[in-house]
Design a protein around this ligand. Structure first.
Ligand code: 5RP
Length: 225
C-alpha cells in the first residue's frame, strides 16, 4: 500500500553508513527492508538486527547482513510499525505477533522511528485489540484471570490452532475499549503471573512518520503537556 511505503522510505533516509539497524516486523517495515536492501546493493554498509524470523528471512533475501545481541549491545536506529499511535507517541503493537522481540529491540535502541499509514493515528489507544503474550503452560488460568479483570481476552489462532510466537508463547488479544491510562494498563498486565509482555509501548518512540493516502508523508508532532 502506497501510504505505508511512503512512510517506510522516509524513515530509511535517516539510516547512515556504519549503523546497526533494528528491523521491525510487518507489512510497513517490509517496504523499509526492501529499500534498505536496494541501498545495500548500492554500497550502504549497515548491519541489521531482526525482531522476528519473518523479518530475518526478508532481510537475508534482500542481502542485508544480520547480527544478534551476542555481538551487539546497542542499536543505533530501529524502524518499526505500529497498530495504533496516540498523540503522546504511545503505541499498541503486536498485531503481527512480534511484540516481545520488538520491545527488546526498541529498549536497546538509541532511536526508534515508528512508521504508519494515517489509519493508525488515534486520539486514544484501545480500539485495536491489545496483544498480550502469555506462557502456554496454564494459559487457561491466565485467560480466566484476565476475563475476571475485564480484559476480554481471546486466544489468537491460525488454522484452528493457537498462534505460536517466535518465542514459543501464545497471544491473547484483549478488547477493552479506550485506554485512559495506558501506562497503568501496561504495568498491571505485566505484573500478572503467566504474562510475558503486552503490546503497549510507552515512551519508546523517538519519531513517528505517517504516510497518507493522498501521497503526503509527515512527521507526527508530539503533544505538549
Ligand atoms: C508486529 C507489529 C507491527 O508493527 C504492527 O502490527 C503493524 O503492522 P503492519 O505494518 O503490517 O500494519 O507490531 O508485531
Amino acid at each position: 500500500m502506497e501510504a505505508k511505503r511512503l512512510a517506510a522510505e522516509k524513515a530509511v533516509e535517516f539510516v547512515e553508513d556504519g549503523m546497526i539497524v533494528g528491523l521491525g516486523t510487518g507489512s510497513t517495515v517490509a517496504y523499509a527492508i526492501d529499500k534498505l536492501g536496494e541501498l545495500v546493493k548500492q554500497g550502504l554498509k549497515i548491519r541489521g538486527i531482526a525482531t522476528s524470523t519473518r523479518s530475518e528471512k526478508l532481510a537475508r533475501e534482500r542481502g542485508i547482513d544480520l547480527v544478534t545481541f551476542a555481538g551487539v549491545n546497542q542499536i543505533d536506529l530501529t524502524i518499526d510499525g505500529a497498530d495504533e499511535v496516540d498523540p503522546d507517541w504511545n503505541l499498541i503493537k503486536g498485531g503481527g505477533g512480534a511484540l516481545l522481540r520488538e520491545k527488546i529491540v526498541a529498549a536497546a535502541s538509541k532511536r526508534l522511528i515508528i512508521i504508519v499509514d494515517e489509519s493508525k493515528v488515534v486520539q486514544r489507544l484501545g480500539q485495536f485489540p491489545l496483544p498480550v503474550e502469555v506462557v502456554p503452560f496454564g494459559y487457561e488460568v491466565t485467560m480466566r484471570k484476565l476475563t475476571e479483570l475485564g480484559y476480554n481476552p481471546q486466544l489468537r489462532t491460525t488454522d484452528g490452532q493457537p498462534y505460536i510466537t517466535d518465542n514459543g508463547n501464545y497471544i491473547l488479544d484483549c478488547r477493552m475499549g479506550q485506554l485512559d491510562k495506558p501506562g497503568e494498563t501496561h504495568d498491571h498486565l505485566n505484573r500478572m503471573v503467566g504474562v510475558v509482555d503486552n503490546g503497549l509501548f510507552i515512551g519508546y518512540a523517538s519519531q513517528v512518520i505517517v504516510g497518507y493516502h493522498n501521497g503526503l508523508v509527515k512527521e507526527l508532532s508530539k503533544r505538549i503537556h
